[in-house]
Design a protein around this ligand. Structure first.
Ligand code: ADP
Ligand code: MG
Ligand code: MG
Length: 866
């Protein structure tokens, strides 16, 4: 089996065998680019090294052959006293693991060849500089001597001599350093092998070994890179960036990796070698300066950059060396970039004719773009701040503001013109007003699907939840984090992407490249099979979602409209009324308000579908909590406190989420749903009078059976028919149901008889399938994740095996009854890329997610289709 390939024998297709670096060196060699000659030892040889714990005889023989060929090609020889061959031994795995494994430069130098090199180049300083570098790298990589010990020798010398930079070291200094380096070897009981070939073999073995060094193992685990790939080893003729002021070394990107701007971007250092640029020993110059310094070299770099981009059809990251004004290419690979740059580059490459729209769509990770839609902290300012505490990063973004500990205080401060952040132990629907006005929401308790998290994401506010180090005392109006006490009105800053809390104000930068992203999303829309709807409860949500291109509204939760002071009062009157007669007045008041809400949503949606879900949550959520509130409410309602407490006790449930909620409310209190339907129809009529035709989509929550749905549906349609008859116009309407209980999935064929559409409520379906209370998962889910019992939080990424199987069953059964049935998904997972892929697979018609996740879902939907 052939274990070594000369650069001219390989190509990019051979990545698995030659590693990324080897394959690309081969490809570039064959493109005629200035790559110093060399050869690559395969990953297969690495495997055989690992099993045999040594270099095989076959490999040694092949090495001799290739070495001889390299000597002939370069006219230089190992250990030659006039023209010695020097090489680098470079690691290179099939998947890039930057800086994780080792590389040794200047192999071939020894006490004799260093003299030869000095004579040949007429530059003894350069020769000894190269030798000291070899001794340090070899000692570190092959013998594990500490890098710092070598650095210390250098630093001490510079300090003793009063030098500012490595460049001030003279030949004599370097010779002294070399002597000290050799002593370091001796102290460790090692000797530096003088024979170049021994150096090379030891270096090859060390690179093979470096596959298993600690940091490489950790990196692979972090990045899910298979353990058994192995690394290739590249032997490459040295070119010298440290050969004087007309030489240098650098790295460049063909486009700006931060913004995607089309311009050469990078840094270089004159009279330097290898890692000097990135190691920070000297401050490098921006590549633009090279244009003035060495125009011909710069032009060559620019030409090669364009050529490589044309060839690889992507932005490239280059490593280059200049030796006496000659340009050499040492590495090129697809460059890492920020999400914003990824979007801009993908779109620009389409416009430049290098890739097509589908390729552009596939080049951007959907998850990454959600970060682009939010501001970020200015990294320079951020660096000067220390983290007070960290919680779960629930909703991305970055915000500063004055801290308040109750929704009411936040609202008051906001109305007085302050920029506020709401910090609470946890939040409930009642806090909504305070949440709306806050730049960020921070809670001490709760998980990624807690109320605070869901609402923050829904509103696009920055959110951090489950910050366990935090303790909020809303009565004392303070919060404690370790030894720090925050008082009401103190400035804090919250990073929803990292979950960090800071004290003080930090300036933000807007991170969005609106134009490119908008273009990419249009292409994605054309390419997707599924539509992308949004969840929106307020006109503001809806505007945001329409601006990000939502195709419709998949979920309007009417209950969120009730959490405003005046409405809450009417709602409480309604709930606490003794009988139907007592419910009448509050119902009338609520109807007026809901009509206006629906009117605005329908008008804004301008013909796009708006799915309105009838009242869903347990009624007790609307009731007062503490005694102060109870006395206020009793007064409002003209009740004795005792009476109120009695009524509340009667409503109390042990398991409210499994209790009196969803369409069960309609079965016991038909007048509530009737009121909502009336409000909806009156809104439709008003718009009809204004010349806008609206088809209301009414969604019934928590249905369990066909009989139940037929009952509730009749309640709804009787109301509609009656109103339509009175109004005397024709209105199309659809009445559909949420599918969010296992029973509904199992009987979906029957339920479909009574439903005009289905919409999966994945939050409830997950809760009921697992038997996990979504409000309490915070206490055990982290352990399930860290112990590997669950692969992911099922409330974040759909559990395809269990919940997904129910969904697939419901899709199949529903469409067996009604082949054209529209089936949507609303719920947190609607905006999760992995889940979107699955929904596309099982034939879901659309996903609906928070406004801010619409672009993410759109891109994921397109990728799932392609
Ligand atoms: P890494 O994978 O960590 O980037 P490399 O193998 O690319 O390691 O080597 C690091 C640097 O060493 C290169 O960027 C280049 O500057 C220098 N280098 C490697 N081989 C040679 C060579 N043959 N001639 C000159 N410089 C080299
Ligand atoms: Mg490199
Ligand atoms: Mg539900």
């Amino acid at each position: 089996m052939k274990q070594i390939y000369a650069f001219a024998e390989g190509n990019m297709e051979m990545r698995a065998l030659l590693g990324g670096k080897g394959a690309s060196l081969a490809e570039m060699t064959n493109l005629g680019l200035p790559v110093p000659p060399g050869f690559t030892i395969t990953t297969a040889a690495c495997h055989s090294y690992q099993t045999n714990h040594g270099l095989s005889d076959d490999l040694l023989q092949e090495l001799d052959t290739h070495l001889t060929a390299l000597e002939q090609a370069t006219g230089k020889q190992f250990d030659d006293q006039t023209s010695p061959l020097l090489v680098s031994v470079r690691s290179g795995a099939p998947i890039s693991m930057p800086g994780m494994m080792d590389t040794i430069l200047n192999i071939g130098l020894n006490d004799q060849t260093v003299v030869a090199l000095a004579k040949l180049t007429n530059d003894p300083r350069f020769a000894y500089d190269s030798y000291r570098r070899l001794l340090a790298m070899f000692g570190n990589v092959v013998y594990g001597l500490s890098e710092k010990a070598f650095d210390d020798v250098l630093t001490t010398m510079k300090r003793d001599k009063g030098y500012a930079s490595d460049l001030d070291l003279t030949t004599t200094d370097l010779q002294a350093i070399i002597a000290s380096f050799k002593q370091l070897y001796e102290q460790a009981g090692k000797t530096f092998p003088q024979a170049p070939k021994d150096q090379m073999l030891a270096a090859i073995a060390a690179v093979f070994e470096s596959w298993n060094n600690h940091r490489a193992v950790i990196y692979r685990r972090e990045n899910q890179i298979p353990e058994d790939l192995g690394t290739a080893v590249n032997i490459q003729t040295m070119v010298f960036g440290n050969a004087g002021e007309d030489s240098g070394t650098g790295v460049a990107f063909t486009r700006d990796p931060a913004t995607g701007e089309r311009a050469l971007f990078g840094e270089y250092l004159l009279n330097a070698q290898g890692e000097d640029v990135v190691s920070g020993v000297r401050t490098p110059q921006p590549v633009a300066v090279l244009q003035a310094q060495m125009p011909a070299v710069y032009d060559q770099l620019a030409t090669i950059a364009t050529k490589l981009e044309q060839h690889y059809r992507d932005m490239q990251d280059l490593e280059f060396t200049i030796e006496h004004g000659h340009f050499y290419l040492l590495q090129a690979r697809n460059g890492k970039r920020t999400p914003a740059a990824a979007v801009k580059i993908a779109v620009d490459l389409v416009n430049e004719g290098l890739i097509n729209q589908h390729e552009a769509i596939l080049r951007v990770a959907p998850k990454s773009i959600s970060d682009m839609l939010h501001p970020e902290f200015d990294p320079d300012v951020l660096a000067a701040h220390t983290v007070l505490a960290t919680g779960l990063p629930a909703s991305p973004g970055a915000a500063s503001g004055e801290v308040y500990f109750t929704a009411a205080d936040a609202k008051t401060a906001h109305d007085a013109g302050h920029q506020v952040i709401l910090m609470r132990q946890d939040t409930s629907p009642e806090d909504i007003e305070g949440m709306i006005v806050s730049q960020a929401i921070v809670t001490a308790r709760g998980g990624m699907t807690s109320h605070a998290a869901v609402v923050a994401r829904g509103m696009g506010a920055t959110g951090v939840v489950g910050m366990h180090a935090l303790s909020v005392d809303e009565h004392a109006k303070t919060a404690t984090v370790g030894s720090t006490v925050l008082h009401e009105g103190d400035w804090v800053s919250v990073d929803g992407t990292t979950g960090n809390l800071y004290r003080g104000q930090i300036t933000t930068t807007a991170a969005m490249v609106k134009e490119s992203l908008a273009t990419l999303l249009t292409w994605a829309k054309d390419a997707s099979r599924m539509a992308v709807f949004t969840n929106a409860d307020t006109p503001k949500d809806l505007e945001q979602a329409l601006a990000s291109g939502a195709d419709g509204i998949g979920l309007t939760r009417t209950e969120h409209m009730f959490f405003q002071p005046e409405r809450l009062l009417q709602m409480r009157r309604l709930i606490l009324a003794k009988d139907a007669a007592g419910r009448k007045t509050p119902l009338q008041a609520l109807e007026k308000m809901q009509e206006q809400d629906f009117y605005e949503l329908y008008r804004l949606a301008n013909g796009k579908a708006v799915l309105i879900r009838l009242l869903d949550p347990p009624l007790h959520e609307f009731l007062p909590h503490d005694s102060r509130e109870i006395s206020e409410v009793a007064q409002d309602l003209g009740l004795e406190q005792n009476q109120l407490r009695e009524r509340m006790a009667a409503l109390k449930e042990v398991n409210p989420m499994l209790g009196h909620r969803g369409d069960r409310l309609a079965v016991t209190f038909p007048d509530i749903y009737e009121m909502q339907v009336r409000a909806m129809m009156h809104a439709v009529f008003r718009l009809a009078d204004e010349g806008m035709k609206v088809t209301p989509h009414i969604m019934i929550p928590l249905t369990n059976s066909e009989t139940e749905l037929i009952w509730v549906r009749k309640l709804v349609t009787d109301q509609i028919k009656q109103l339509v008859a009175t109004k005397g116009i024709k209105v199309d309407y659809e009445v559909g149901t949420m599918i969010e209980t296992p029973r509904a999935c199992i009987t979906a064929d029957k339920i479909a008889n009574a439903a005009d559409f289905f919409s999966f409520g994945t939050n409830d379906l997950t809760q009921l399938t697992f038997g996990y209370s979504r409000d309490d998962v915070g206490s055990f889910l982290p352990d399930y994740l860290s112990k590997g019992i669950l692969p992911a939080d099922p409330f974040q990424t759909v559990d395809t095996e269990g919940v997904g199987a129910f969904m697939q069953m419901a899709v199949e059964k529903g469409r067996a009854t009604k082949p054209q049935l529209t089936i949507g998904v609303c719920g947190e997972v609607g905006g999760d890329p992995d889940s979107v892929t699955f929904f596309n697979q099982i034939g879901v018609s659309y996903v609906s997610c928070s406004p801010y996740r619409v672009p993410v879902a759109r891109l994921a939907a397109a990728q799932a289709t392609l």
